[in-house]
Design a protein around this ligand. Structure first.
Ligand SMILES: C[S@@+](CC[C@H](N)C(=O)[O-])C[C@H]1O[C@@H](n2cnc3c(N)ncnc32)[C@H](O)[C@@H]1O
Length: 254
């Protein structure tokens, strides 16, 4: 096959958080397939002549199915193009990058994967809180709160609660009340520090500090709309003063 594909992690939004490799891939793209988590400023880094194809979901419009995205990727590579698939954060963290890689490999396409900064890492850096910390957190779990048909995923909540590490909850805006309840039922203290961060790394970033017991109500009161990550665990207490202050919601100037 003449063309090639690069699955590129676009990071959490701030273009400064792209890798040099991502920038290089973008600047040689003939076609860019992007999803809703990719900030327009990142897309602007592709050459003018590159065709931009929005394959993501937006309000009032249906998302292209994963199967259709896979087929489109293969079709575009077959034209001989360098196809860049830009994905928010890292392609292999809740990004379905594995499925796209499989489809491209099955079609015999040359594929490269460029990692990106996943939301949990971006949030930790923004808040100045270490995700692991001697004496406080021996591990980090990245979990999704989004299961099939509105259900919670079948995590082993007791194991997560007992692990004593930091939990990074992706896609939790809707199911957060049930995630928090499941963790508390499994033995995690309701006083465990927690924080939700919406649009991390963008000028519209908002921080919502609370405890595990109160985080769902706080997020609901803040009416978050953008992508939101929730960190739970003792390390959250180490967040910089802005996040840890008594202010319920902070809008962060970039
Ligand atoms: C489909 S997952 C994609 C994750 C992405 N591949 C990554 O590595 O960050 C979408 C979820 O990622 C999180 N997320 C992505 N970008 C974010 C951001 N800038 N701020 C906060 N959370 C973000 C949110 O939990 C959102 O619901």
């Amino acid at each position: 096959m003449a063309g090639r594909a690069t699955l590129v992690g676009a990071g959490p939004g701030d273009p400064e958080l792209l890798t040099l490799k991502a920038l290089r891939a973008l600047s040689s793209a003939d076609v860019v397939l992007y999803d809703k988590l990719v900030d327009p400023s990142v897309l602007d880094l592709a050459p003018r002549h590159a065709r931009r194809i929005d394959v993501g979901k937006r309000c009032g419009r249906h998302a292209m199915s994963q199967a259709a995205i896979n087929a489109l990727l293969v079709r575009e590579v077959r034209t001989g193009a360098h196809v860049v698939r830009l994905k928010g954060g890292d392609p292999f963290v809740f990004g379905r990058g594995g499925e796209e890689l499989e489809a491209l490999r099955a079609a015999g396409a040359a594929v490269e994967v460029v990692p990106g900064i996943t939301a949990a890492l971006a949030v930790a850096a923004r808040l100045g809180l270490p995700l692991t910390h001697r004496g406080l957190a021996r591990g980090l779990h990245l979990i999704t709160a989004h299961g099939a048909e509105e259900d919670l995923p079948a995590h082993d909540w007791r194991a997560l609660a007992e692990a004593g590490g930091t939990l990074a909850v992706y896609m939790g805006s809707r199911t957060l009340p049930r995630v928090a309840a499941a963790l508390i039922d499994a033995g995690m203290a309701p006083e465990t520090p927690a924080i939700a961060v919406e649009n991390a790394s963008l000028p519209s970033e908002r921080r919502i500090p609370a405890t595990l017991g109160a985080i769902a109500a706080a997020v609901s009161a803040a009416a978050v709309e953008g992508p939101t990550l929730v960190l739970i665990g003792a390390v959250v207490a180490l967040a910089g003063s802005a996040a840890a202050s008594g202010r319920a919601i902070e809008r962060h100037a970039a």
